[in-house]
Design a protein around this ligand. Structure first.
Ligand SMILES: *Cc1c(COP(=O)(O)O)cnc(C)c1O
Length: 385
């Protein structure tokens, strides 16, 4: 093996999923029967099993988590003149769905400890134009839902719950994804259930579910298929993906347990490190299910980007934290977020990154990762003081 090939084989990627025998058998069934498109029988089976698991009546499978957000925002009829409150510390997809619908995103900052949106700040951001709150659970810990649900009920607001990072997680013993008007999920390979690419919408409202199904399928009509009164998308999931998802769903409890094991070992390995703060393991209402394992540099003059480069050279894959929505050039150019003040999210994006935590990761590799992170951080801390 050449040096370069050896270096590649030693590389520890930020995520490596595990696909079990059950998933392989279900996918083979699709291939053997020829049911590969969205017409196949696993779609409705996956929708039913998944929505039951997250405590909802209806599930609508779709192409990915970003598509799920587009569908949820469109199905709720949000549009020009409507404001939607969401965290600034999240993925672009959340604000993109709002902006594409012609509505106005309004951001709130993150909690320095849990990195989630804070209910008091949501309350303070309400205006006469507020139409909905988009709750996004971050990195394995849920948002404190009760105050937000009360606020929404009092003000008559819709709640979209983006539970992409909390599949299998709970808030006060109730499943994440069961809260609010409509919830969305992603099945990207780093999520707790993967279908390669994929997403889901869940709701108890039958008419919202039907709206999502129509919008997912180009708004074809049952009677006159090619006559359109509305524009939808082709956001359908394939039967192959649903087969994979069904198999993964059967192992969700095990996945959550395994991800917690990974998280707890890292917590232990970083516990005594004076330069690094890791995301909290639990709050009053939930256990962290460690969608990723996030680290925050404590020293103000240490930057995640510097560590990320050095760790890559040392054969360790990482990702920076989210870049706050209120600083995104694409939204600044549209004059959104002009008065946003979110110092916590800005600090998270400068000083936070996450390290390998995929299901295929072994304890030995975690120890290698933790040792390299510690030594490189120590080196930077010494050279900057
Ligand atoms: C992953 C993720 C998405 C987007 O999902 P895709 O399937 O990658 O489009 C949306 N919201 C959150 C919070 C996510 O973590």
């Amino acid at each position: 093996m050449s040096g370069a090939a050896k270096a590649m084989s030693d590389f520890i990627p930020v995520n490596e999923p595990v696909i079990g025998e059950r998933e392989k058998a279900l996918v083979m069934e699709c291939l053997n029967t020829g049911w590969i498109s969205s017409e196949g029988p696993f779609i409705s089976q996956f929708e039913e099993a998944f929505s039951r698991r997250v405590g909802r009546k209806h599930g609508v499978a779709c192409a990915n988590g970003t598509a799920a957000l587009d569908l949820a925002v469109a199905a709720l009829g949000l549009g020009p003149g409507d404001e939607v409150i969401l965290p600034t510390f999240t993925i672009i997809s959340c604000a993109a769905a709002i902006v594409r619908a012609g509505a106005t995103p309004v951001v709130v900052d993150a909690d320095p400890n849990t990195w989630n949106m804070v209910p008091e700040q949501v309350a303070a951001a309400i205006s006469p134009r507020t139409a909905a709150i988009m709750v996004v659970h971050i990195y394995g810990l849920p948002v404190d839902m009760d105050p937000i649900l009360e606020l929404a009920a009092r003000q008559g607001l819709a709640v979209i719950e983006d539970a992409a990072e909390l599949i299998g997680g709970t808030y006060k013993d109730k499943p994440c994804g069961s809260f609010g008007t409509i919830s969305t999920f992603s099945f990207y390979p780093n999520k707790h259930i993967t279908t390669g690419e994929g997403g889901m919408i869940a709701t108890n409202d039958a008419s919202l579910s039907e709206r999502c199904k129509s919008l997912r399928n180009l708004c074809f009509q049952p009677k006159q298929r090619f006559l359109h009164h509305e524009l939808g998308w082709n956001y359908r999931m394939t039967n192959l993906q649903a087969a994979l998802g069904l198999g993964q769903l059967e192992r969700l409890d095990h996945t959550v347990m395994k991800k917690r094991e990974i998280g707890l070992l890292y917590k232990h390995l970083f516990a005594a490190n004076q330069h690094i703060h890791s995301q909290v393991d639990s709050t009053d209402f939930a256990l962290n299910i460690y969608w990723v394992f996030g680290l925050l540099l404590k020293q103000e003059n240490l930057f995640a980007c510097d560590l990320i480069d050095e760790l890559a050279k040392a054969g360790i894959g990482t990702r920076p934290f989210f870049y706050p929505l209120h600083l995104q050039p694409v939204f600044r150019a549209k004059k959104f977020f002009q008065s946003a003040h979110c110092p916590v999210a800005e600090r998270l994006s400068r000083q936070g990154f996450y390290i390998p935590s995929g299901l295929a990761l072994t304890a030995d590799k975690q120890k290698i990762v933790a040792a390299k992170v510690a030594s490189i951080t120590q080196h930077f801390a010494e050279s900057t003081t």
